[in-house]
Ligand binder design. Structure first.
Ligand code: IPM
Ligand code: MG
Length: 357
């Protein structure tokens, strides 16, 4: 088993270091190889996703990814910006299924911006389609408007589209995830306005026939956004398109009080995957030793579970994270009165100690 390590920018390298430290403390050893990505890729090789990095990611059994993005690179042309690395990896590796769990650890109920009774015990999963939709749809660009009231004026345009097999495969992933959890799936669409999502709804309804044990409902995306902050615990699994999933997963992450706690997995059809924390590169706190490494450590655990087929090791890592929270250790982002504030490295050390208990 070989793991590609792509630390990236900002806090990426320091949180990846902690996840690797924890991984190396497990009984089994895995081969790893690192490569630059994002701004670091541009700095080293003039491209956010250098050829060698993409090759390594393709060859590896799994990719552990930190985060990309830094102000330094904000003025580059879009194809050279750090975000293009993650979009390129998703597309080139066919990582169409993005799993974003939102779990509220009981110890952190006070860190949520919602009342504890509304969020405590929250445990939901967003399954976001990741290689289609308006993110990748062609044509796109800026042109002279060919028609309409602004004919001849400059206009920007993108294309929202989903092919039937694309919808079917993500629906299967979502129904199967629901079968392993609470057996309830909410498909989020905008079928009242968009053709693409009327079609989405039809196909998801059809795939449902193969999963009679799962309860399916459909919700418009605006209502879903409202329900997420009104009664988030009503959700078990949500399945949605790339764009809506991007937005809803940030909202769901915030419900838990700390986006610094949430892992994510992006999988292809054979469970090869890229694992990354849900948060970004936070360049404002990079190098200060205060970033929360837990989302990356939990992403590494997801990697053990889904791509490396080591569920017992994944359980051990997740249990260790619960223990350090129960012990009252907190990085700055989740710190509250009465808990002990620790830095990035200390948090990693504490997880390793908890593995042994
Ligand atoms: C995410 C991010 C990315 C996305 C950006 C960085 C391209 O917001 O992973 O949610 O929009 O998918
Ligand atoms: Mg996002």
């Amino acid at each position: 088993m070989k793991i590609a390590i792509l630390p990236g920018d900002g806090i990426g390298p320091e949180i990846i270091e902690q996840a690797l430290k924890v991984m190396n403390a497990l009984d089994e050893k895995f081969e790893t190889e690192s490569a630059p990505v994002g701004g670091a890729g541009y700095a080293a090789h003039g491209h956010p996703l250098p050829e060698g990095t993409l090759k390594l990611a393709k060859e590896a059994d799994a990719v552990l990814f930190g985060a990309v993005g830094d102000w330094k690179y904000d003025t580059l042309d879009r194809p050279l910006r750090p975000e293009q690395a993650i979009l390129g990896l998703r597309k080139n590796l066919n990582l169409f299924a993005n799993l974003r769990p939102a779990i509220l650890y009981p110890e952190l109920a006070g860190a949520s911006s919602l009342k504890p009774e509304i969020v405590s015990g929250l445990d939901m999963l967003i399954v976001r389609e990741l290689t289609g939709d308006i993110y990748f749809g062609q044509p796109r660009g800026v042109r002279a408007a060919p028609d309409g009231p602004f004919k001849g004026e400059r206009e920007g345009f993108d294309t929202m589209r989903y092919a039937e097999p694309e919808i079917r495969r993500i629906a299967h992933v979502a129904f199967q995830a629901a079968q392993k959890r609470g057996k309830r799936l909410t498909s989020v669409d905008k079928a009242n306005v968009l053709e693409t999502f009327q079609f989405w709804k039809e196909i998801v309804t059809d795939v449902h026939k193969e999963y009679p044990d799962v309860e399916l409902d459909h919700m418009y995306v605006d209502n879903a956004a409202m329900q997420l902050v009104r009664a988030p615990k009503k959700f078990d699994v949500i399945v949605t398109g790339n764009m809506f999933g991007d937005i809803l997963s940030d909202a769901a992450a915030m419900l838990t009080g700390s986006i610094g706690m949430l892992p994510s997995a992006s999988l292809d059809a054979s469970n090869k995957g890229l694992y990354e924390p849900s948060h970004g590169s936070a360049p404002d706190i990079a190098g200060k030793g205060i970033a929360n490494p837990l989302a990356t450590i939990l992403s590494m655990a997801m990697m053990l579970r889904y791509s490396l087929n080591r569920p017992e090791q994944a359980d051990r890592v997740e249990a260790a994270v619960r223990k350090v929270l129960a012990d009252g250790l907190r990085t700055a982002d989740i710190h509250e009165e009465g808990t002990s504030r620790v830095g990035t490295v200390e948090m990693g050390d504490a997880v390793i100690r908890a593995l042994a208990r």
